[in-house]
Design a protein around this ligand. Sequence first.
Ligand SMILES: *Cc1c(COP(=O)(O)O)cnc(C)c1O
Length: 392
Amino acid sequence: MLKALDQQYVLPTYARRDISFVSGSSATLKDDKEKSYIDFTSGIGVVSVGHGNANVSKAICDQVSKITHSSNLYLIEPQAECARRIVKQSGYDMKCFFGNSGAEANEGAIKIARKYGEVDGTPKRYKIITLEHSFHGRTITTVKATGQESMHNYFGPFPDGFVYAKDMDEIEGLIDDHTVAVMIELVQGEGGVQPLEREKVKALSSMLKKRDVLLIVDEVQTGVYRTGEFLASNLYEIEPDIITLAKGLGGGVPIGVVMTSKKEVLGAGDHGSTFGGNYLSTAAANAVLDELESFKESGRLDEMFIYFEQALQGFYEPRRFLFTGSVGFGMMRGLRVKNAETLSAIIDNAHKEGVLVLKAGRNTLRFLPPLTITKDEIDEGFERLAQAVASL
Ligand SMILES: *Cc1c(COP(=O)(O)O)cnc(C)c1O
C-alpha cells in the first residue's frame, strides 16, 4: 500500500527498500511489521543522539509550543545561542551562518570563498580545488564541487572554477593565480570512509596559509563528535578558514551551518535563508549539543568508540576472506569488501537479519551508528551481521 503510494506520487530518485519504520529508541528501530532493526547508520549520520531521544524531543516540543519560526529579519535567541556553542566547542575564532542542509552549508562556504577572492567587486580569484572521490552535495554547484565524474552527467552547464586533485600531493601543483580555496573532507564519507593523512593535511594547511588560499573543511559528516572530537579539524589539529556542518547537528531536524574566521566577508544582503536557523532547528541543535557535550565530557563517548571498535574488529578479523581492510575513526567506520557484489549481498542480508548498514564508494561497508548507541545494541548488531554474512 505505502509502496504503491510512494511509487505513484514520489519521484523515483532513490532506490528505496520496501521497509518503513514507525518508531525507534536509541539505536533500535521498529518497522510497520513489528520487526526490530539495530541501526548502524543513524539515518546517514543524522540521528547522532539516537532515535526517540527524550531530552531532544522535549526541547523540540517545548520550543514549538512557544514559537517555531519568525524569519531572519528578527533576533532569534536559540540561533545566537547555538552559534555561540558551536564556536566555543570548535575552539576557533569564527562566526556562523545557518541553513538547512549540508549542500546549502557548502554553497555558503563557496560563496564566502568566492567573495573573498573578489577585488573591487571583480572576481580575481575564484577557483576552488577539491579532491577526487569527494562528496559535497546535490545542488548544481556542490555537484560540480564533488570530484566524481559520474555525478557530472546531465544538469550542465555547471558553474566554472572547480578543479579536481587526484590526491593530497597533487593540490599544490594545481594552485594558480585564480585559486581562492581548497575544499576537503578530512574523512571522505560517501567516497569510501577514507581518512586523509594527518601529516599531509597539516602540511597542506600551513602551505595554504602562506599562499593566502582558503582551506574549507566539509565537516557535514565528520562534524559534531562523529570522529571523537567536536570537529575532525580539532582531531587533525588544523585551523581551517571555513567549516561546514549539518548531518549530526540537529538530531534529525534539518540544519546546516557554515562557519568562518573571515567574519567580514559577507555583509547584509549577500546571503540568506528563509528557514535557516529558526527556533525549531536551533532549539533541537542546542539539545543535541547538551546531550553530546555531556556524553563527551563524562568519557562515555570515548568508551563507546573503543567498544564499537573492538566489536568491529572482532567481526572483521575472522572474516578476512570477505574484507580487504578496516578504515575510519570513531563512529565513522568502514570495512572494505572484496568486491561490489559481495557488498550488496551483505547489505541485503543485513536488512533481512535486522541490522542497518550502508554502502560507501564502490566497495565499502559503512557504519555510522548513533554516537549514543548502547553496548547491548552494538553486540546485538554484530551478532545479526555475523548471521547476515554466514552464508557468504
Ligand atoms: C551528506 C554530505 C553532504 C550533503 O549534505 P545534504 O544535507 O544531503 O545536502 C555534503 N558533504 C558531505 C561530506 C556529506 O557527507
